[in-house]
Structure formats: structure tokens, C-alpha cells
Design a protein. Structure first.
Length: 281
């Protein structure tokens, strides 16, 4: 009987990929870390997301801004909701309006984005004063509301602002981010450490950067595209960590935020770098 029970327990032990995923799920979540959600068809969803982005880019600035703005609004809403069970009082609706509003403002250019940022601060203060739950700690409420909405809004605005330089600048940004996320998730979701995933993302960016460099991807000249690829490789992981910092814990359920987290740092820097490269600023 004892041998039968041992044999049964061995038969039910996970093996191969299932064993690696079980180890990942058993890890204790950290405050600042990249956490991979291994449940669900994420590879297919990631590919579908890339198709949606490229289709929106082909349609025009309005479609691209709409896709990113809706995602930013949902990301801000989910992030604010994650804080509420901990006794914090961010206004999830105002946070969503901030995230989506900044993304839409990108259609009007950098001045409109700046105005949207100022309006976001006013809206967050008003929500902190007028919302009954936030009156006990209004300053904290304002801070958490801006934390949840402001950064995702700026990330959502970045592709539309890059599109004002050239469609190639926006396309390269989307390609590099998508390549990084593909390599990072495919390797990192089953890895035993936090290094292999980003390294795989770096490799994916390197492949696409070299391919685009060979075909002379406009508006990048000579070796500049390789430099922008290196910029993306260095900043995408920082955006993932920033996404964790926005949330109360790295494994909090905010799938829309994770869809934008690689852009949180890279997006604004990419806009400044491409505008400077083309001599616009």
C-alpha cells in the first residue's frame, strides 16, 4: 500500500514546463519585481495586441490614440482599485479619466499633453477634497490618484507624439516594445531567476533593430536606429519595475497596466530623443 501511494504521488508531480510554472507561481511576491501571469493564453493575446496596434497605426493618429487611451484608462482604473482594499483612497474614476485624457491629448501635441497634466492635478485635488472617503487623508488620496493615472497616461501619449515625428518613429517604438515583451515573457515566465527574461527581451530587440537597420528604416539614418534599439533595451525593464511600483504589490491584478508597463519609462524618453534627433526641439 505504501509503495502504491508513493507511485501515485510521483505520478501527480508536475514535470517539464508544468514544474517550472509551478515554481514561478510558488514564489513569494515582492514589492519591486517583474511578475509573470502564467494563467491564460497570454502569447496569443500578446500577438493580437500587436495586430491591433499595427492596424491602428495604419489607420491613423486617431485610431492609435484611441487604442492607447482606452488601455491607459483601464490601467489607471485597475491600479486604483488595487489600492482600495489596503485602506488607501485613490479615486478610480478620476484616475481613469487622467490616464485616458492624457492619451487623447497627445493628438494635440506636447502643449496639449502639458495642459492635460495640469488639468489632471486639478482634478485629483478636487476629488481628494470632495470625495467622502478621501477627506480623512486628502493629500494621500491626491497622490495615489495621480500615481495610478498620470504615468500610464504619459506612456499612452508617447506613440501618438512619436507619430508626429514620422510614422517610422512610432512603428519602431511599437516593434521594439513588442519584441521585448515577447522575448521577456516566453523565457522569463518559466525562468528560475529575474535575469533571463529581460536578456531574452534584449536579444529580441537586437534582432529586430538589425533587421530594420538593414532596410534603412525611415526616419533613422546610418547607425542611429541601433542606438534607439539599445535605448529601448535599457529602458523597457525599468518600465516594468515602475509598473510594479505603481501597484501595492508586483503581482496585483492590473492586466491593462502590464500591457503598458514597458512604455512607462521608454515612451517619454523616446519622444524626447526622436524629436531631438529630427531637430524639432
Amino acid at each position: 500500500m505504501r509503495d502504491d501511494s508513493r507511485a501515485a504521488s510521483r505520478a501527480h508531480r508536475p514535470r517539464g514546463k508544468a514544474k517550472r510554472l509551478a515554481k514561478v507561481q510558488a514564489r513569494r511576491p515582492r514589492r519591486f519585481a517583474v511578475t509573470y501571469d502564467v494563467n491564460g493564453p497570454h502569447v496569443r493575446l500578446g500577438f493580437l495586441w500587436f495586430l491591433v496596434l499595427t492596424s491602428a497605426l495604419a489607420v491613423g493618429p486617431g485610431a492609435l490614440a484611441a487604442v492607447y487611451s482606452v488601455t491607459a484608462a483601464l490601467a489607471a482604473f485597475q491600479s486604483a482599485r488595487c489600492w482600495q482594499p489596503l485602506g488607501r483612497a485613490p479615486n478610480q474614476y478620476v484616475a481613469a479619466a487622467i490616464g485616458g485624457g492624457i492619451g487623447v491629448a497627445a493628438l494635440g501635441g506636447p502643449s496639449a499633453v502639458g495642459g492635460a497634466v495640469l488639468a489632471s492635478a486639478v482634478a485629483a485635488v478636487a476629488a481628494g477634497v470632495l470625495t467622502p472617503q478621501a477627506r480623512e487623508a486628502p493629500l494621500a488620496s491626491v497622490g495615489y490618484t495621480l500615481q495610478c493615472g498620470l504615468f500610464v497616461g504619459l506612456a499612452a501619449a508617447a506613440p501618438s507624439l512619436a507619430l508626429r515625428v514620422d510614422i517610422g518613429a512610432a512603428a519602431a517604438l511599437i516593434i521594439f516594445v513588442s519584441a521585448y515583451e515577447m522575448g521577456d515573457y516566453l523565457v522569463g515566465s518559466g525562468s528560475k531567476n529575474a535575469v533571463e527574461g529581460p536578456l531574452a527581451g534584449f536579444g529580441a530587440i537586437a534582432v529586430f533593430a538589425f533587421a530594420l537597420w538593414v532596410i534603412t528604416f525611415v526616419p533613422f539614418r546610418e547607425n542611429s536606429l541601433l542606438a534607439f534599439g539599445a535605448l529601448a533595451a535599457g529602458l523597457c525593464p525599468l518600465g516594468q519595475l515602475m509598473g510594479s511600483a505603481i501597484l501595492p504589490r508586483s503581482d496585483a491584478k492590473a492586466s491593462a497596466l502590464r500591457r503598458l508597463d514597458s512604455l512607462l519609462v521608454l515612451g517619454p524618453v523616446w519622444v524626447v530623443a526622436t524629436w531631438s534627433y529630427r531637430g524639432i526641439i
